[in-house]
Design a protein around this ligand. Structure first.
Ligand SMILES: NC(=O)c1ccc[n+]([C@@H]2O[C@H](COP(=O)([O-])OP(=O)(O)OC[C@H]3O[C@@H](n4cnc5c(N)ncnc54)[C@H](OP(=O)(O)O)[C@@H]3O)[C@@H](O)[C@H]2O)c1
Length: 239
């Protein structure tokens, strides 16, 4: 797959290197050309001979899939004419800034990913990779894969979600389909949860979120689930 990194910062560099080493064609873009060159060199040193570097606009033109790690900045301000991204899958890994070093985040009325989709109406935005720290990707992929770390994926485009399922697996993550992009409103607060645990609670960057589906209990020991009065009332009014 051809992947363009727009905003080669920490996430762009590390995920881009991971995908390049896996065998994808990766083009690192940055506003400072030296930053992009250093990332491509790093990928090459790790065996990805074809990794390339240039401007954010060149990365946009190159990729079929775009990793957009420039938080809350309108793409037209970063790459100019946004038609370069028409029809493309655009991955949004962004989280809101941590307010003043505390963790009293405002409720999400419009997610960063929905905002990006509104800025890019002809692209297919996918929310993913905001719920783990970059440090995880320094681990060997097989070791990370064994840990079954969840990658929550939301998009209005099923084929785009499917493409990112593959890219998450390539990095050693366990994809979790979160349905439409509106659900980025619940995926982004998971980014706040993990940052609270990592930074606020001091558990460190190897703290992870994992979804598991357990086998049902063979025998209900405590009587199972009873319909509540609230449920009965609301089920009746919703008919
Ligand atoms: N790092 C993590 O562990 C992690 C994990 C999950 C999610 N995230 C989220 O991922 C996003 C990126 O995080 P990061 O750690 O990679 O941040 P970072 O290292 O600061 O990288 C941000 C990138 O955005 C670029 N950028 C910022 N403003 C720009 C502008 N106006 N025009 C063009 N480029 C601009 C920066 O370019 P310059 O270098 O030229 O400033 C840099 O390449 C954030 O939303 C963060 O919350 C991060």
């Amino acid at each position: 797959m051809k992947i363009g990194i727009i905003g080669t910062g920490n996430m762009g560099r590390i995920l881009g290197c991971g995908w390049a080493v896996h065998g994808h064609e990766v083009f690192f873009g940055a506003r400072n050309p030296q930053t992009a060159i250093e990332a491509a060199d790093l990928a090459q040193k790790n065996g990805a001979a074809g990794a390339r570097a240039g401007s954010n606009r060149e990365a946009a033109l190159f990729g079929d899939v775009i990793f957009y790690s420039v938080r809350d900045v309108e793409p037209s301000h970063v790459i100019g004419d946004i038609s370069a991204l028409d029809g493309k899958v655009v991955i949004d890994p962004n989280n809101w800034p941590i307010p003043e070093g505390k963790f009293d985040f405002a409720p999400v009325a419009q997610s960063l990913a929905e905002k990006l989709q509104a800025w890019l109406p002809r692209s297919r935005v996918v929310k993913c990779f905001n719920t783990m720290a970059q440090e995880l990707f320094e681990m060997p992929v097989a070791e990370l894969r064994a840990q079954k770390v969840s990658a929550f994926i939301a998009s209005d485009f099923a084929d785009a979600r499917e493409a990112v399922v593959g890219l998450a697996r390539d990095l050693g993550l366990a994809p979790v389909d979160m349905g439409p992009l509106r659900n980025a409103r619940i995926v982004e607060p998971l980014g706040d949860v993990i940052r609270y645990l990592i930074l606020g609670a001091g558990l460190g960057p190897y703290t992870t979120l994992k979804v598991d589906v357990l086998e049902p209990a063979e025998a209900g020991r405590f009587g199972g689930r009873h319909a509540s009065a609230w449920w009965a009332r609301n089920a009746a009014t919703s008919r």
